[in-house]
Structure formats: C-alpha cells, structure tokens
Design a protein around this ligand. Structure first.
Ligand SMILES: Cc1cc2nc3c(=O)[nH]c(=O)nc-3n(C[C@H](O)[C@H](O)[C@H](O)COP(=O)(O)O)c2cc1C
Length: 184
C-alpha cells in the first residue's frame, strides 16, 4: 500500500510579491517530493490542524514581519507552537557583503526573534529579497552602502532556497525526487 502523503501548509505575507514567489517555489519543491501542499497568503491561510507541517514566511519591513504575519502568528501561536514549523523571512540581511555586512546580516531583528521564539520553529532561515534602487532615497542608499549593501534589484538566491526546501523535505522524510525540473 502507498504510504499516506504528508500534508504541508506554506503560508506567507508579502508586500511586493517576492515572498509569494519564494513560498510558491518552496511549495512546488515539496510537491515534487510527494507532499500534498497548500500555499496561501496569511489572510487566506487554511485550518492548520489539517496539516502535518507548516512553512511560514514574511517579508521584513522596518526590522519586523509584515503586520498581517505578526497578527497571524500571534493569533495562531498555540497551534504553531505544537506543530512542526519551518519559518523564513525575506529581507536584505543575507545580501549584505564584507566583514561588517556579514555580521549585520547574521543578526535577527529583536521583534522577529521574539515571534520565532514564541512558536519554536524547527528552523528559521532568512533569505535575500528584492530591493529596487529607484525607490530608495539618497539617505537610505548611504545607510545601505555603509551596512554592506552592494547590489540592488532581485537578490533572491534560488539555489539557497531550493537547498532549504530540500532540507525541510529530508527532515519530513519525504521521498527523494525522481528529477528536479522546477524553475523559479
Ligand atoms: C518600506 C520597506 C522597509 C523595509 N525594511 C526592511 C528591513 O527593515 N530589513 C530588511 O532586511 N529588509 C527591509 N526591506 C526590504 C524588503 O524586505 C525586501 O525588499 C523584500 O524582498 C520584500 O518582500 P516582498 O516583495 O514580498 O514584499 C524593506 C522594504 C521596504 C519597501
């Protein structure tokens, strides 16, 4: 008899779409590993008790998750804390370079650390997102440069995201894929 397929909810909050793309990519990778996956915005998140595991991610604005993600996690804290949860964020930290940039990039903003600690995820992983130079004023550009920000545009590292999704799949004992054909 075929083993029961694992059910995974991938829940995200996005302002400009790059976190949604990452959530959908993770969902597709986990589907390719045989899981039954539902990907949804936090505003349309499914009932979590129906799932064996939850992946939850948010864009970072002003060193915090987006307000929708903060309220969602606070409201579902009890359910999340007793579930197998993997958490990710999408911001600029992992894209910072140089000795200072790498140190800053490793810091988890206090409010995000508090959210993380309230639900005890199996892992929390920050990913680089999208930062358009055109929308950034001179002052913010100077701060970004000082912190080790050297690049603008789409800074997402799809190889790192794929590797993380594969680690999640392995921890959930999902079968190895027959071949990986999914492209972002
Ligand atoms: C108003 C605003 C504030 C931001 N604040 C932060 C921040 O504090 N830390 C960070 O790492 N990235 C910050 N970012 C960068 C975003 O998190 C990044 O661009 C991300 O890709 C956005 O995801 P989204 O496209 O899903 O909205 C900020 C972006 C904007 C537009």
């Amino acid at each position: 008899m075929e083993p029961e397929r694992k059910r995974i909810a991938v829940v995200y909050a996005t302002a400009q779409g790059s976190t949604r793309d990452i959530a959908e990519f993770i969902g597709a990778e986990l589907t390719a590993r045989g899981a039954r996956v539902e990907v949804a915005d936090v505003a349309h998140a499914p009932e979590l008790s129906r799932f064996d595991a939850v992946v939850i991610g948010s864009a970072i604005h002003n060193r915090d998750f987006l307000p929708d993600a903060v309220s969602y996690i606070q409201e579902h804290r009890r359910q999340l804390a007793k579930s197998d949860v993997w958490m990710f964020s999408v911001g600029l930290g992992p894209a910072l370079v140089g000795p200072i940039g790498r140190r800053i990039g490793r810091l988890v903003p206090t409010k995000i650390a508090a959210l993380r600690d309230s639900i005890h995820p199996r892992e929390y992983r920050p990913f680089a997102g999208h930062y358009e130079r055109a929308g950034v004023d001179l002052f913010a550009r100077a701060i970004y440069r000082t912190m080790g920000g050297a690049r603008y545009g789409d800074l997402r590292d799809w190889a790192a995201i794929r590797e993380w999704a594969s680690d999640v799949a392995a921890e959930l004992h999902l079968p190895e894929p027959k071949s990986s054909t999914i492209q972002p």
